[in-house]
Design a protein around this ligand. Structure first.
Ligand code: AMP
Length: 213
């Protein structure tokens, strides 16, 4: 089963994807995570991607498609995976469709988490993440007990360089311009399931799992 998790930055895709991939034993392929790994390893691709990621812009399709398609060739994706953050442009969606078609595979379902604009901006610009265990916090809606420290493991909290208010606004603009057209792309293929992402994380999680069962 090949599933795409679609939604704006801040919709909770990362958290939900971790839960879905555990429940259904699906490999979790997160393009943003692949870029962050490439950047911290100092690879050529990471260096090329860095300036785009830091500005909250999309990395050009050519680089992104190369990175994700080579991840999809790994054995853990042979029978399925959960795509989180990819595709984000019509070009990427078409490349995925044709790459899959060449191997007699297809996208089975696209889960679209819909969240209101105000809610997104609020969520994105206050987000902090634990360096050790990746638990997300929000300075307004779910602050840690001790400032700068993870409740779960005591790790140091950091703010992603693309989570400042200005970059967050930029990332939302990019989403509406480049990624939102994928909603009708997959709707027209009869694969889109829309979920209300203004609900709590747990409620959205239950809806997502129900949509896949
Ligand atoms: P994310 O963790 O999914 O929010 O991604 C972080 C950043 O990585 C994005 O703001 C982009 O700069 C880059 N990125 C991740 N996925 C893609 C994609 N599918 N296409 C282009 N750029 C991407």
């Amino acid at each position: 089963m090949y599933v795409i998790l679609l939604g704006p930055p801040g919709a909770g895709k990362g958290t939900q994807a971790a839960n879905i991939s555990k429940t259904f034993a699906l490999a979790h392929v997160a393009s943003g995570e692949l870029f962050r790994e490439a950047m911290s390893s100092g690879s050529e691709l990471g260096l090329q991607a860095k300036s785009f990621v830091d500005r909250g812009e999309l990395v050009p399709d050519e680089l992104t498609i190369k990175l994700v398609m080579s991840r999809l060739e790994k054995p853990d994706c042979e029978f399925g995976c959960l795509l989180d953050g990819f595709p984000r442009t019509t070009g990427q969606a078409e490349a995925l469709d044709s790459g899959f078609a060449a191997e007699n595979k297809k996208v089975d379902k696209v889960l679209f988490i819909k969240v209101s604009d105000e809610e997104l901006l609020r969520r994105l610009s206050g987000r902090w993440i634990c360096k050790s265990c990746q638990t997300p916090y929000h300075m307004v809606s779910s602050p840690p007990k001790e400032a700068g420290r993870c409740d779960k493991c005591g790790g140091e909290l950091y703010q992603r360089s693309d989570d400042t208010p200005e970059t967050a606004r930029n990332r939302l603009g990019v989403y509406f311009r480049e990624t939102a057209p994928l909603i009708s792309y997959y709707h027209n293929q009869g694969k889109l399931v829309e979920l209300n992402g203004d609900k709590s994380i747990d409620e959205v999680g239950v809806d997502l799992i129900g949509a896949l069962r």
